[in-house]
Structures are given as C-alpha cells and as structure tokens.
Design a protein around this ligand. Structure first.
Ligand code: GLC
Ligand code: CA
Length: 563
C-alpha cells in the first residue's frame, strides 16, 4: 500500500487568533502565519491545521461562521489565504482547514431568513435549522421543548418570538444547529466544502462531527447528550462527504468524535471506508477530574491524575485501529488546558516534565498533532480578573459556579486550571513587549512568564524544550515511529509511563516517571543493544531502577540489517 502523506505526519495545530499579529491590530492573522512560515519549517512539521478563519461574529472564536466564502476581517483577505497556502506549499507544508458542518452563526444569512417569517427567503431556509414548538405547563407558562443541556453549560433551546418556536443549539445560543435531514442545506454545504477544496487545502479537521444527527423525537431527558451525539445516521452523512468530496479530491479528513466503539471507529476511519482518514479521540484528555465536587463540577474540578487511564486510552485506540485504520496521537487542543500545567508540572519541574510529556507521547505510533505553544512549554494563564478571560464558555460557567456556592476566588482558580482560554493566550515569541506577538494591545493578554518562556530564548539552547521537540520530530521520521507496534510495560501501574514501539527500523523503548515523586520500576525485557537517544535525567537503564520525579529516557535498538 502506498503511504499517504498524513500517515507519518506531524501536524501543527495553529490557533490563528493567537499565533502572530501581522498588521498591528492585536489579533493573529494570515499575514502573521506567512511571516512566520519558517517556524513550521524549523520545527519540522509536515502540515498546519489552521483554526477557523471564516467570517464570524466571534462568539466562539470563529466556530460560529456567518459566511464560509469570506475570511474574517480579523484574519485578512482571501488573497492572504491563497498566499499562505502557496507559501506553505512552497516549503513542502500541507494546509488543513477547520470545517464546521454542525452549526452556523445566528448571523449567517440562512439563519437570518430562517427566523424571520417576513424574510423573502424564509420558506427556503426555515428548515435549514432545527425548530420545535413551545411546551406549556399547567399554568400556561411557556416551556422549552426538552431539558437537554448544551456543551457550554445552559439549555439547548432558545425562543424565537416571530415564529413562536424554539431553535436548537448544542453549543452557544449564537450557534444554531443545522438540520442535516434537509437536502437543500446539504447541497449548499457541499458547495462550500468543494469551494474550500478548490482553494487548495490538503485536508480538513471536521468539527463536532459526531453531532450532526439529532433524535427528532425530542425525548425530555436530562442532560440528554445522547440525543445529539453519535446517532447512527451521522455516519451516513459523513460517508456522503467522504465519498463525494474528500476521497475524489484527495483531501485528508480527520474528524472530532469521542467515545467511538470498534465498529464505529471502523466506519469512521477504516481503510476501506469512506468517512475520514483519522479520528480525533479524547479518552486521555480529562483523566484528572474530581467527580465528587458539587460546585465546580465535571471537568472544572481538578483531582488526582489517573496515569493508568491515560495509558489505557492510548493503548485502546492503538489496538482497536491496528490493521484497520490510522491512529492519531496528541496531548491537547484549543479546548483543554495546557498539557504542561495539566498533566505536567509548570513550576519546579517545568522543563523536565515538559520533556517527559514529549517523550511519552511522540514515540507512540500514529500520526501526531502538536498544539501551538506546546513546543516551547507554554503554561496555563495567570489571569486575575474574570474579564481577562475571553471564552464564551467561561462566563456561563462562572455563573453556574457562583450559583452553586463558589467563592469568587474558587471560581477564578477553576478557570485558571481548566478553562479553554488557557490554551489560547498569545504565542510567546520573545521577551519583548507583548512577547513579540503584536505591537498593539493583544486581544487576550499574554501570560506573564513570557520573559522566561519564549521561542527566542530556546532556539540556540540544545537543552531547551523547543530543541527537544525538533529532535523528536526528526527521530519520528528516522525511526518510522508512526507505523510501529505499541506495547506498554506495566500498563496497570499508575505512576510510570513505559512502552516499546516496534518499527521497521528497530525497537524504541521509553521509560518515564509521570509523577512528582520517586518511583521504582522493573523492566522485564532484554535490555541488550539499547542505546540512549534522549533523556532528561542521564543514562540509567537497568532491569530495576528508581526514577526521580519526571525522569524520562528514550532508547533504541536497531534491527539487524539483512545482508
Ligand atoms: C469543537 C471545537 C470547539 C468549539 C465547538 C463548537 O468542539 O473544538 O472549540 O467550541 O466544536 O464548534
Ligand atoms: Ca492582525
């Protein structure tokens, strides 16, 4: 089988708004991406996934699209987009766009027509969205059709007076869900997808892809997530996109879909299925929640990290997809806190634990995604005021915490630990004003530690986090890491992170301590012939050994070359 470009790729997820401001208005943009193309080249990534760049009122930083055919004024012009694609291609770098199919902005012309009975196109567009009549209680008070909860904390229904109906939004109320049972809507979305393909992109990340179908019986369950997640019919829709758009045009597709079973995963990414090429799964992402917390509930409560569960999730997807389809590995995206603050230690062991996280993730098989700022060890934000935050989710949740009895300080701490904004602060280029991100006031504050944590400070230091990332990305190619076979050592252990990856080139051995304490480990395998290639603690391989906090080492054993 011919290897597709994405099968051994490292993909850089670029949060454009915070990457680099090219025109001095405080917001990252395509000009900034073009100016900084050397960063991608120097780091050695194969592709750049750009977060949504479409025209948008920016209620959810561009995931709320008001016109797919235009670029947000914040980010530039269509010519800038074309220039970026050409520049990237000129450097051998592929371009991946975020494709938002589940919803539009409420300011999209389709919704403007849909909600307004006097609009000339009302009849055509009304059913592009999902509407339900109100319910009434015994006293005749108007009630929402169901109690379903949105992903951003409130209910999923909002009332539209002119039609006396509620519309469904599983994210913010400014993001009405599209009705995938409407053929005209799909035809229009297909034209949009094709138009983006013709711009010259090499792939898509398909947003919220397992939510396209809803349960149209609208049962009144709480919180009701299962009525708009992973319903069987969404596979039909994705398959249609794969068959008609992605495959014939040779564009890579990776879809966001948590919790897929083996059958489902095979439908999504099976080599002989049409939906996607790769699946973005989340099993490893929130393995440190305190589920008993009643105030800052769910993901918002920080508890003890379950290292075993992190390993098990990676192993589960690796095993499940082996021989069936391509796996993906990554630590986090723009929806989770910074990995270094989340699973590592961003104070005493900042550099050491960053390297531990680097070695443990990137020698596992599968295509890799690195998130902007991870390569220099950026941390969570240090914001002291609620209005330092920007994410729409933060403000509803803050109210929720307070109504459940949180103090302001408690709520602020939960935000600094867990909010999506943690991953969205401006990239720290250097120790100059605004970390070199902009010459203006940035749309979101830079984190104060930019004076020590920045790219310029790390470029020439061979021991820096950045230089280790570069090295690891080179080694991934050299050792054909992506195509290997993963086996954990002591998977059940909740402190260590140890595995081998058997590749066409040899065997890679990673030995690491995920904890902030010394641990003893045993390596029940033949250690003969293993040579150290990377370490944050020196060379100390032995059948039994004590690992200091966050110790991590990478060894390789070359295959005997056939004569
Ligand atoms: C995905 C995106 C997230 C966005 C949501 C709605 O989960 O990653 O950032 O808010 O979809 O588009
Ligand atoms: Ca700008």
């Amino acid at each position: 089988m011919n290897q597709a470009w994405w099968q051994d790729a490292v993909i850089y997820q670029c949060y454009i708004r915070s990457f680099k401001d090219g025109n001095g208005d405080g917001i990252g943009d395509f000009r900034g991406l073009i100016d900084k193309i050397d960063h991608f080249v120097d780091l050695g990534v194969d592709a750049v996934w750009v977060s949504p760049h479409y025209k948008s009122p920016m209620d959810d930083n561009g995931y709320d699209v008001s016109d797919y055919y235009q670029v947000s004024e914040d980010y530039g012009t269509l010519d800038d987009v074309r220039e970026f694609i050409d520049t990237a291609h000129g450097h051998g770098i592929k371009v991946i766009f975020d494709l938002i199919l589940n919803h539009t902005s409420d300011e999209h012309p389709w919704f403007q027509a849909a909600k307004d009975p006097t609009h000339p196109d009302h009849a055509k567009y009304h059913d592009y969205y999902i509407w339900q009549p109100p319910k009434y209680d015994a006293e005749g008070n108007r009630m929402k059709p169901t109690r379903w909860l949105s992903w951003f904390g409130g209910g999923v229904w909002d009332y539209n007076e002119p039609t006396d109906e509620y519309y469904l939004h599983i994210f913010s109320k400014k993001m009405p869900d599209l009705n995938w049972r409407n053929e005209n809507m799909k035809t229009d979305l297909k034209a949009i997808t094709k138009w983006l393909i013709d711009l010259g992109v090499d792939g898509f990340r398909i947003d919220a892809s397992n939510h396209l179908e809803k349960n149209w019986d609208f049962p009144d369950d709480y919180p009701g997530y299962h009525h708009f997640s992973s319903l069987p019919k969404h596979h039909e829709y994705l398959e249609e996109w794969g068959r008609e758009l992605f495959q014939p045009n040779g564009v890579m597709a990776m879809g966001e879909a948590g919790g897929a079973s083996k059958e489902e995963a095979e439908k999504y990414v099976g080599y002989d299925h049409n939906e996607f090429d790769m699946l973005i799964h989340f099993g490893h992402c929130w393995q440190d929640c305190d589920w008993d917390n009643q105030i800052t509930t769910g993901k918002w409560a920080k508890g003890r990290l379950n290292v075993k569960a992190v390993k098990e999730s990676f192993f589960h997807f690796d095993k499940m997809l082996r021989g069936i389809g391509q796996n993906l590995i990554y630590w986090h995206n723009h929806d989770q806190p910074r990995i270094l603050s989340h699973y590592g230690n961003d104070t005493e062991y900042r550099v050491k634990s960053a390297k531990m996280l680097l070695y443990t993730l990137y020698f596992m098989p599968g295509t890799a995604i690195v998130y902007q700022g991870e390569e220099i060890g950026m941390t969570n934000v240090d914001y002291q005021r609620l209005d330092d935050f920007r994410d729409v989710e933060v403000f509803t949740e803050y109210e929720n915490f307070m109504s459940r009895g949180a103090t302001h300080d408690m709520a602020m701490q939960a935000l600094r630990d867990r909010a999506r904004d943690n991953a969205r602060s401006p990239f720290q280029w250097n120790d100059g004003p605004q970390a070199g991100f902009t010459t203006a006031t940035p749309w979101m504050n830079v984190v104060g530690n930019y004076r020590t944590i920045n790219l310029a400070a790390q470029q020439d230091d061979p021991d820096s986090i950045y230089r280790h990332y570069k090295r690891v990305f080179q080694l991934r190619k050299q050792w054909q890491v992506a195509g290997g076979t993963l086996a954990f050592i002591d998977l059940a252990d909740d402190d260590s992170y140890m595995y081998t990856n058997d590749t066409a080139q040899g065997t890679i051995l990673v030995v690491a301590n995920f904890r902030n304490k010394a641990i003893d480990v045993r390596l029940a395998l033949d250690l003969d012939g293993f040579e150290m290639v990377l370490s944050n603690c020196g060379d100390k391989l032995a059948p039994t050994l004590t690992l200091a906090p966050y110790d991590a080492m990478v060894y390789v054993k070359t295959k005997e070359q056939d004569a």
